[in-house]
Design a protein around this ligand. Sequence first.
Ligand code: MRU
Length: 339
Amino acid sequence: MIDQSKLPLREEFFECADHRCVAEAIKTMRIRGAPAIGVAAAFGIALGARNSSAGTSSELIREIEVIAEILSKTRPTAVNLFWAIERMKRAVFDHKDLEVEQLKSLLEREAIFIAREDAETCRRMGVHGSILIEDGDNILTHCNAGALATTEYGTALGVVRAAHGQGKRVHVYADETRPLLQGARLTAWELMKEDIPVTLITDSMAGFLMSRGRVDKVLVGADRIASNGDTANKIGTYTLAVLAKENEIPLYVVAPMSTIDFNIFSGEEIVIEERDSKEVTRICGKRIAPEAVPVFNPAFDVMPNRYITAIVTEKGIARGPYAESLRNLLSRQEAGGKL
Ligand code: MRU
């Protein structure tokens, strides 16, 4: 995996040989972004199984449950993590009769399949979402919802990529995204690599740009979408959503179906991760605030569904009322519908 904590200063890759390494990488955000941590967790389980010396299938299954528990304790908000873990567990439970070695290969294949599926899903979201993008659009985005946050293409930035690939002239304003600067470090880096025009701004500049008519659309990813469409994403997204509505700018959420949590009705049920105070009192390790100052550091916030113009998924575009439109997409998915 590329070490996202080092970018853009160093482009370094690291390898994990066991599930503990994967869990630590997710926790410390060397790998981050909802779909990417789901894929990483799936490989974490496959690695855990590969390293197991269990003599029987039931012993292996018990070990997998422990490994799944360790991985699920890493980050609480992005539902893709739990979705991928559940899918790996289900693959095992559905094939309990297999021998140990067969189960190990099955898990490896399932992890590879989840990774490939993510790449395909992102491309499909790009196709659907690019319909919403017009030639000459200025697009504001927050955090990093790009190739880095997925296996290779991105969600919100996947839509930008697709539109750019179709020859539409798009320009992105990237919020720097304090405290961990995913916008400045990752989104700016990723877009520049692809020659997609990007301008970096600090988070507090977004409202001014909108009020001056310099933003046509806001495109963001998501960490968890409740069944009524309320959406958790990187802290600061809610602020953008309110500003976008005030300035009559459409805001689109781009996320795979695996980010929709049909087990919860509204955003109030989403657990919001709180992270170390040092992320706020320091920038790139350098202290910028009094050592003992009390800090509040929620990593995500929740946009009520009324602020969301549409949700782009690989199964199509949902518009309000979301309780109904998201369910329809789910039925389409369960029926194995195509693009
Ligand atoms: O804390 P992070 O960097 O993992 O948060 C990531 C985000 O909030 C992204 O916008 C979200 O996961 C969507 S990524 C395709």
